[in-house]
Design a protein around this ligand. Sequence first.
Ligand SMILES: *[C@@H]1O[C@H](CO)[C@@H](O)[C@H](O)[C@H]1NC(C)=O
Ligand SMILES: *[C@@H]1O[C@H](CO)[C@@H](O)[C@H](O)[C@H]1NC(C)=O
Ligand SMILES: *[C@@H]1O[C@H](CO)[C@@H](O)[C@H](O)[C@H]1NC(C)=O
Ligand SMILES: *[C@@H]1O[C@H](CO)[C@@H](O)[C@H](O)[C@H]1NC(C)=O
Ligand SMILES: *[C@@H]1O[C@H](CO)[C@@H](O)[C@H](O)[C@H]1NC(C)=O
Ligand SMILES: *[C@@H]1O[C@H](CO)[C@@H](O)[C@H](O)[C@H]1NC(C)=O
Ligand SMILES: *[C@@H]1O[C@H](CO)[C@@H](O)[C@H](O)[C@H]1NC(C)=O
Ligand SMILES: *[C@@H]1O[C@H](CO)[C@@H](O)[C@H](O)[C@H]1NC(C)=O
Ligand SMILES: [Cu+2]
Length: 571
Amino acid sequence: MESHRRTPLLPRFLSFFLLIVFPSSINAEVRHHDFVVQQTPVRRLCNTHNIITVNGQFPGPNIEVRNGDTLVINVVNQAQYNVTLHWHGIRQMRTAWADGPEFVTQCPIRPGGSYTYRFTIRGQEGTLWWHAHSSWLRATVYGALIIRPKQNTSYPFANPKREYPVLLGEWWNQNPIDVVRQATLTGAAPDISDAFTINGQPGDFYNCSSKETVVFPVKPGETNLFRFINAALNAELFISVGGHSMTVVGADASYTKPFTTSYLMLGPGQTTDVLLISDQPPSRYYIASRAYASAQGAAFDNTTTTAILEYDCGCIPGQGPSSSPILPALPAYNDTASVSAFTTSFRSPKPVKLPSPVDEHLVFTVGLGLFECSPGQICGGPNGTRFTASVNNVSFVLPSSYSILEAHKMAVPGVFSADFPSQPPVKFDYTSNNVSRELWQPVPATKVYKLSFGSVVQLVLQGTGIFSAENHPIHLHGYDFYILAEGFGNFNAATDSAKFNLVDPPMRNTVTVPASGWAVIRFVADNPGVWLMHCHLDVHITWGLAMAFLVEDGVGELESLEPAPADMPLC
Ligand SMILES: *[C@@H]1O[C@H](CO)[C@@H](O)[C@H](O)[C@H]1NC(C)=O
Ligand SMILES: *[C@@H]1O[C@H](CO)[C@@H](O)[C@H](O)[C@H]1NC(C)=O
Ligand SMILES: *[C@@H]1O[C@H](CO)[C@@H](O)[C@H](O)[C@H]1NC(C)=O
Ligand SMILES: *[C@@H]1O[C@H](CO)[C@@H](O)[C@H](O)[C@H]1NC(C)=O
Ligand SMILES: *[C@@H]1O[C@H](CO)[C@@H](O)[C@H](O)[C@H]1NC(C)=O
Ligand SMILES: *[C@@H]1O[C@H](CO)[C@@H](O)[C@H](O)[C@H]1NC(C)=O
Ligand SMILES: *[C@@H]1O[C@H](CO)[C@@H](O)[C@H](O)[C@H]1NC(C)=O
Ligand SMILES: *[C@@H]1O[C@H](CO)[C@@H](O)[C@H](O)[C@H]1NC(C)=O
Ligand SMILES: [Cu+2]
């Protein structure tokens, strides 16, 4: 009877308690945006190009929110292409319908159509980004998604004086959609890009570009936060700042144990937050970025993009148009040792409660392949073949009649099958540079791997040497995962498990799997839906380096996918 009397008081007590302890937990905001996808003329590299933008901006608008806020983004497609938008790294708890990959969680928004993405940020702080997830539109359709803590004072580091998003992009003088269409037609590798960009500008080292080079003003002595985002299509990128070191404090919207470095390496999809102290003589310094090209012998864009870090104090000696900023040394294009040194420096800030025991021990090979030529096909790949790529020898094919998520919820047969292999179907010396030709041709299919709600998944991502070994930035939608370890050669459970960081592994949404090597990730399947996992080099996803997890509903509403929004586009 005591309890009966007390029960009505509990909610009141609870909200009072929440007010005291988390004053802002009750002022989470709903933020509305209108995104109009449209063709826009922009001038780059001496010519005017019609590119696809959001709201006429390139890069697109930055979205700024606080942890706990809800975003409502109404997308209107006024361009001539099908489009979808993806909110890269957002956990999308129970809202897989808003995740965005075309034909995976939704049918595309057709020209003239619209769709409203609604989702809530839950327990994420740092830098993410949004981008088109349809064909290669993300070449120009992308922007930052900045999630601040509920209060400015609750960063796990001293409040930075200024903050700058730094979006690294990749530019083609051709229409990027034509580049991928041509490659898909011929089966050959797509043309390489003409430039890299920082916040949409190539910078001083390209023709007709130096007037628009991006400048980041700083004052002597300040500590500022730079939010780097690799939005390039097909390039992993090194980044350095002349004269300055950087302290990494976050990546993929998870905080990290701070570490100091003279360079960064980001795979496409990855973000890295760094603190940069203006502790050098007042001057102008280049922020420079160029490729980490891990595929031996493959053509790549070897140009360098720059922006300028400028001490804004009216005190730079000899400042003028002729004084050139100080250029940093960047690692060599093929400096895999520097990449490993960087990626293995990441730790979570504190010891973590690692999900265990493991319910699903998965091993997926990731790599390239070649299709033999069929009669009537154009085969412009190596020796008259067509390029392909696969995960566990399945080259992912997008459906076209329904999204996989719709087919799953509406039980439409024939759209996908749930028999994605948990292990490589053939065991071989994965990282040999002389894999038997009989193993090079994968099977094209739309297969998912089913996970029951709450299962703990440990996944070994094993690179292959088929055709060419290469570092693959593997991104899992709807989840963050712990990276337990990475290494070279073939993963050996007996010896390599000892290398796992079970104490403070970093949490990310995209892991760069070393060329001729492996990485091991762990996560809990606590978000129902269909979640694409793919290489974030768009050339590789085009060739099929993708698969999807189908995570089943758990018990009750709070463990189940929400109903589909009424305005879901139809195929
Ligand atoms: C909190 O941070 C945001 C973003 O940097 C800024 O716009 C706002 O003025 C800050 N508020 C306070 C009270 O410092
Ligand atoms: C830049 O312009 C020069 C002179 O016109 C030309 O020779 C060079 O090829 C151009 N470089 C690029 C990358 O377009
Ligand atoms: C970049 O590649 C081109 C060939 O595509 C080559 O001629 C040039 O020397 C390379 N430049 C650098 C800086 O490596
Ligand atoms: C990197 O490339 C340089 C020349 O471009 C070559 O001399 C060196 O052996 C290469 N290093 C590795 C690790 O492949
Ligand atoms: C293409 O053919 C040449 C000559 O037979 C051979 O040396 C080379 O290894 C082949 N390359 C591929 C990728 O099959
Ligand atoms: C590659 O493997 C084949 C057998 O699978 C062998 O005959 C050949 O000598 C090997 N080539 C090299 C360069 O190791
Ligand atoms: C992939 O499957 C095809 C068709 O069954 C087979 O020929 C090939 O050897 C397999 N390759 C691997 C790496 O499993
Ligand atoms: C656009 O999407 C629809 C399905 O919604 C599809 O039938 C059509 O082929 C797509 N158009 C292009 C150009 O991909
Ligand atoms: Cu890849």
